[in-house]
Design a protein around this ligand. Structure first.
Ligand code: ZN
Length: 167
């Protein structure tokens, strides 16, 4: 079923799959693309304003991990590794929670949610994911916090691109 979505610039487009529209560049996520590899696309969902939170989505339209080709499997692990390394080096992120559900309404995408001190009062491990994300969405959409989030996107983008350019 095609869905009607409203772009940030006011235009509205009809898309069959939001993830395809995003990874093909039809829609630009707020804050821009952090990184693109042959088969994957890295961006932040600023709807959950947590500095360093990253989503790695496949460009190809599929849902389950056993649908990854061999090429995608190795590219995927190398990419997660690289993003995680940059989160640590550039943003000082010590621990990350990973979340991925195959019954998504989008397609294959991994959430990398940095773990910060303030999250501890909302619980630990997988049970804390929902309260943490809701808290971020409802309470952290401030100008000051968003500045930090945008800076995080910028730092990760710079770090990942520098690596590819070999500089
Ligand atoms: Zn798709």
């Amino acid at each position: 079923m095609p869905r009607e979505i409203l772009l940030a610039d006011g235009r509205s487009v009809e898309v069959d799959c939001l993830s395809c529209a995003l990874t093909s560049g039809l829609i630009t996520p707020t804050g821009g693309v952090i990184f693109e590899s042959s088969n994957f696309h890295v961006h932040q969902d600023v709807g959950y304003p947590i500095r360093g939170l990253v989503i790695i989505a496949s460009k190809r339209h599929f849902y389950c991990i056993d649908e990854l080709t061999e090429e995608e499997q190795s590219e995927y692990m190398a990419l997660i590794h690289k993003v995680r390394q940059k989160q640590r080096e550039r943003l000082g992120i010590e621990k990350v929670y990973y979340f991925y559900n195959e019954d998504t309404t989008h397609h294959f995408h991994l959430w990398m949610v940095p773990r910060y001190e303030w999250m501890n009062r909302l619980g630990r491990s997988v049970e804390s994911l929902r309260p943490v994300l809701l808290h971020a969405r409802n309470e952290m959409n401030t100008e000051e916090n968003m500045k930090g989030v945008m800076e995080g996107i910028h730092l990760l983008r710079e770090a990942l691109r520098a690596e590819i350019d070999g500089s």
